[in-house]
Design a binder for this molecule. Structure first.
Ligand SMILES: Nc1ncnc2c1ncn2[C@@H]1O[C@H](COP(=O)(O)OP(=O)(O)OP(=O)(O)O)[C@@H](O)[C@H]1O
Ligand SMILES: [Mg+2]
Length: 355
């Protein structure tokens, strides 16, 4: 129940710090992007300075092992209490109140947080694993009613089922998204030649940056493969989304958690250069193309093949991103396990535990 420690050297990302500087003035800070885009690392590092300045940070890492609102709120209460003993005077009663309704727990939390004398940070990491509508309703209610000194950060691979549009219009939402999280060229250089200890030429750094499109997990896997190689340029020129390490990563981290219908949809539509609801329906023989594209977009599994302002209606013909290409190539491989399904709009199971 503490802020995760990376134990490794990190690339400084001050431009993201500038985005996050608005977080203390917002109702919610949402960090939403695909697996391995550096979301957790960013927030853990950024909140380190908040902690050093004396602000309590309650960190809840969720997972898909259960879908239980009672457990969710127990973890939240316990994390808040541990981060700042005394902030929740009735923490023990609340966390043991197995039969208390979500409404009552949220109301009690709102009341108790109203008396906090310092800013309090509550992080809900891997929120995409939460599927229970009751949890979403409770979180929305907490966010609507809690004192402005409580700041909630949600880290997720998929947009949560919360009234984001309403908060966005009211300017109560800070968003850090995949486009922000992608490593820029200087960050890529710093990652490869600084943190990873490689000695790549400027051309090789640029080529690898383009091939990974700033996806830090892929950069990390590429750096692993490059260790000790005599001819990095040859490796980099061949580096693509179907490298074994990348495919393994995606199979374990992403595809194992998708429902089989989502995997099948991604596989059958992978032959298309551009995606629209009707084109997808033509190749799948079903009529859910538009809905699936919208769901994939919310789940950060979409690509420029279908990214437009109107999900499911795209007609752009840009090439797909390395992340999506790699997903598509990996999708044919059976996952080693299959548990939950983080794509919004499909069947839901849920989650929650503390680190
Ligand atoms: N600024 C950074 N400097 C160096 N390495 C980084 C940085 N940001 C992320 N990484 C590395 O990239 C990998 C992925 O980062 P992280 O776990 O934060 O991604 P994530 O978006 O939270 O992924 P997931 O959705 O799986 O939780 C980690 O090994 C992390 O150490
Ligand atoms: Mg993470």
């Amino acid at each position: 129940m503490s802020v995760p420690r990376t134990g490794q050297a990190l690339v400084a990302r001050p431009r993201l710090g500038e985005l996050l500087a608005q977080a203390p003035h917002a109702r919610l800070t949402l960090v939403s992007g695909p697996a391995g885009f550096g979301k957790t690392t960013l927030i853990a590092g950024w909140l380190d300075s908040a902690r050093q300045q004396g602000s309590p940070v309650a960190w809840v890492s969720l997972d898909a092992s259960d879908d239980d609102p009672e457990r969710f709120w127990r973890y939240v209460v316990t994390a808040l209490d541990r981060a700042s003993p005394g902030t929740i005077p009735d923490a023990v009663e609340l966390s043991e109140a197995a039969t208390m309704s979500t409404e009552r727990i949220v109301a009690a939390l709102v009341n108790e947080l109203a008396t906090a004398t310092a800013d309090v940070w509550l992080v809900l990491d891997d929120y995409h694993t939460v599927r229970s509508p009751a949890v979403h309703v409770g979180v929305a209610s907490l966010l609507e009613n809690v004192s402005p000194r409580t700041h909630v950060l949600i880290i997720t691979r998929a947009d949560p089922d919360l009234p984001l549009a309403r908060w966005r219009v009211r300017r109560e939402l800070v968003e850090v998204r995949a486009a922000d999280l992608r490593f820029t060229l200087p960050e890529t250089e710093s990652f490869l030649n600084g943190v990873s200890g490689l000695d790549l030429s400027a051309d090789d750094v640029e080529a690898l940056g383009q091939r990974t499109e700033g996806w830090v997990a892929a950069l990390q896997l590429a750096a692993l493969s490059l260790q000790g190689r005599d001819q990095p340029s040859t490796f980099i020129s061949r580096f693509a989304g179907n490298d074994r390490y990348i495919v393994d990563y995606l199979v374990d981290e992403v595809l194992a958690h998708l429902d089989s219908d989502v995997r099948e949809f991604m596989l059958s539509t992978s032959i298309l250069d551009r995606l629209t609801g009707s084109l997808c329906d033509a190749v799948t023989g079903r009529d859910h193309g538009r809905l699936m594209l919208a769901n994939l977009e919310r789940a950060n599994l979409s690509s420029s093949r279908w990214t437009t302002s109107a999900p499911g209606t795209a007609t752009t013909t840009c090439s797909s991103t390395s992340y999506e290409r790699a997903c598509t190539r990996s999708v044919a491989r059976p996952p080693r396990c299959s548990t939950s399904t983080p794509v919004a709009g499909t069947r839901t199971t849920a989650t929650s535990k503390t680190p």
